[in-house]
Design a protein around this ligand. Sequence first.
Ligand SMILES: Nc1nc2c(c(=O)[nH]1)N[C@H]1C(S)=C(S)[C@@H](COP(=O)(O)OP(=O)(O)OC[C@H]3O[C@@H](n4cnc5c(=O)[nH]c(N)nc54)[C@H](O)[C@@H]3O)O[C@H]1N2
Ligand SMILES: Nc1nc2c(c(=O)[nH]1)N[C@H]1C(S)=C(S)[C@@H](COP(=O)(O)OP(=O)(O)OC[C@H]3O[C@@H](n4cnc5c(=O)[nH]c(N)nc54)[C@H](O)[C@@H]3O)O[C@H]1N2
Ligand SMILES: [Mo]
Length: 771
Amino acid sequence: MIRRVPHCSHWGTYTILVEDGRIVGVEPFADDPAPSPIIHSVTEWAKPDRRVLRPMIREGWLRSRGSKDGAERGNERFVAVPWDEALEMVASEIGRVAAAHGNASIFAGSYGWTSCGRVHHASTLLKRMLNLVGGYTGHVDTYSIAAGPVILRHTLGDDRACGGQANTLDNIAAHSETLVVFGAMSPRTAQSEAGGIGAHHLEGYLRQIADRGVRVVHVSPLRDDLPEWLNAEWWPIRPNTDAALMLGLAGEIVAQGRHDAGFLARCTSGSDEFLAYLRGDRDGLRKDAAWASGVTGLPIQAIGALAARLVQTRSMLTVSWALQRAHHGEQPFWAALGLAAAIGQIGLPGGGVGYGYGSLGGVGSPFAVGKSPGMSQGVKAIDSFIPVARISDMLLNPGESFTYQGETRSYPDVRLVYWAGGNPFHHHQDLNRLARAWQRPETIIVQDPMWTATARRADIVLPASTSIERNDLAGNKRSDVIAAMHKAIEPLGQSRSDFDIFNALSERMGVGAAFNEGRDEMGWVRHLYDESRAYALRAHGFLMPTFDSFWERGHAAVPVQRDHVYLAAFRDDPDRNRLETESGRIVLGSRTLAQLGHADCPPHPAWLSPAEWLGDAGPDELHLISHQPRGRLHSQLESGSASLADRRGGREQLRLNPGDAQARGIQDGDTVRLWNARGACLATALVSADTAPGVAVLPTGAWFTPTDDGTEISGNPNVLTLDIPSSAFSQGCAAHTCLIRVAPHARDNRDPTRTYQDELAEMLSEPEETS
Ligand SMILES: Nc1nc2c(c(=O)[nH]1)N[C@H]1C(S)=C(S)[C@@H](COP(=O)(O)OP(=O)(O)OC[C@H]3O[C@@H](n4cnc5c(=O)[nH]c(N)nc54)[C@H](O)[C@@H]3O)O[C@H]1N2
Ligand SMILES: Nc1nc2c(c(=O)[nH]1)N[C@H]1C(S)=C(S)[C@@H](COP(=O)(O)OP(=O)(O)OC[C@H]3O[C@@H](n4cnc5c(=O)[nH]c(N)nc54)[C@H](O)[C@@H]3O)O[C@H]1N2
Ligand SMILES: [Mo]
């Protein structure tokens, strides 16, 4: 008898087919027009190969607890201990560090995507627990977006325009005449949505845009960042120079007097300063098509013609999140806003600017207006945080000060790190630097189903079950459904659910009742659903099914807002609908930033050359784009079928333009070595004319496999990326700012001789008897 088990992950809603306790198949959600192939990779979770099966302790840590031998992390074997002992160690370490150094010395930012389940959401539960025992140091913003929302909060009063609440795509499809896409609108990234997704709608909207014959200009180093059938005009821009193109377009419009002076006067503040910069009053550089062409490598004529078209037609600008994951990442977001303000169509159907369309599956879709289900982190016990991507800085420089959104704070002296549901040895930049920083804490606890590179570098590893081994529910602020996540199989080995683990720890620390509020797993699943259901009825008169019928059916629709025009009310009456900015208007010249005086974030949108870029590169250097992988979510399910489909020769593939490949003697399929001053890795060359000259592309997420000579062999770009803040204002991740060199790899073209799996096996084998 085959059991049909409704389930959901960040990449979609699906049905798991189970027979005799084993998964025999996965079926896509019937209502999904574009299901993700990653759903078929979830069978990997049921295999023991990479799973943590028992609580494990690093040998050296066990010998000399809390001593400073962190340099051994990642080199030593682990020994299994019973759950009781492991939990006792974790609880007593939390108690010891809090008592000796204060709770700010416990770092539990624990960034990461974990499972999409809302009850077992690992980092939320970790924070909920720690808030009950005095608190922790957390983080602000995300690796996805930091520079972007920081500048939008300052210039628009909030960051909704990059969180999916700018004009919705149905509105764009119905009204826009010209669409300029900076970056991507790609089904590749739109597969995923944080907190799960029902149906995938991006392609449907793009078809409508194509059918209406909207003129699409696609500004990106990669032609296939948009589907081919959209017939977009490809502008292969130099990476990290979009702000210059936007400013050049605005400068052309202003120079010809075609800007909407009325809109600028009524709806913005500081536009004088912005226009003075475009005219070059201070720096003597007129920001026009010729200037933009010099920076971006795009043709002058085309830039001039587009400037004219933008004010003649209903024009929409979209900017991918990727553009702000870069040095000076504020600028392309702010410059796009400045350009849109000069055009003057913000607040009109199909006009203005929006950010992140397709970066996640829900951005641009009709968005939820109800209460999406979620556990509470409780009340923050202390005020201690770092900007999310400053983890190495924090560990290396305790006590040193940093700035964030105009505030000056200092890094805590972290002694204990607890990571649950994230993989910093995937997500952070300059992994060799992180590896040095990672030696500093006294104790590192990792709670994950998998022997990730991070788990291998921990002292205490707690085996979490995966979502298919427990009951949960999915839903988020951009989703049009709440999805049921039924348990499909029994937990592997001794793994336990995240809720169970934190509940047991909370009980040991005397705060169990406050942590669980008297509910068990199904009690919480039901409670979170019922909260959303009650809110939908109360606030929107929207009747959702009862919990029991939702649970049986596997999904329930939630109220959404369609056909949304961003800032329509503000445009109509900016006095009554003031924005929460320093002026109540859209800020184009900032008094606050003028006062702060950050050289890397000036008081108006500007083009600043990044730390590494093609305009200042050696003749053999390439700009590395480390974008999101098509066949997996970051490092998750790296060994699954969808992920393997994009690998060759046992490694990730590095995309290169044919000219760049030829100049280096590289042929398609060759093993290549990528390096810069920070590190080196191997990959398999993929020669593709859809890649702009001077640009190399290596997706993220290969499991970090450094060898003794320091070369990473599975193709992890984060051994190469730059670990600097986007700016002193936002302190965001700058992964997309990175130059590298590439050459054929001298040795061999075969599968790697050693793999992640070989190294893992060695680390876990029982120590040999010494006699
Ligand atoms: N070079 C470069 N680097 C980047 C980026 C880039 O563009 N370029 N992008 C960045 C971005 S946008 C992001 S969001 C980050 C992503 O970085 P992460 O979110 O850290 O990446 P994931 O691989 O999703 O890590 C999730 C971890 O949770 C674990 N997990 C899964 N389910 C469960 C569970 O139920 N319980 C527990 N306890 N654990 C679970 C997985 O095994 C995995 O180890 O990477 C960033 N890094
Ligand atoms: N399949 C899959 N989907 C995912 C994820 C995943 O791991 N796998 N991760 C999810 C997450 S956490 C996030 S945050 C989103 C991220 O969504 P995005 O940030 O939109 O995705 P990226 O793949 O980093 O970049 C998109 C494209 O931007 C272009 N780009 C990069 N730099 C520049 C530039 O300077 N100028 C211009 N014009 N273009 C540039 C690149 O060509 C790249 O292909 O993706 C999500 N979707
Ligand atoms: Mo992200």
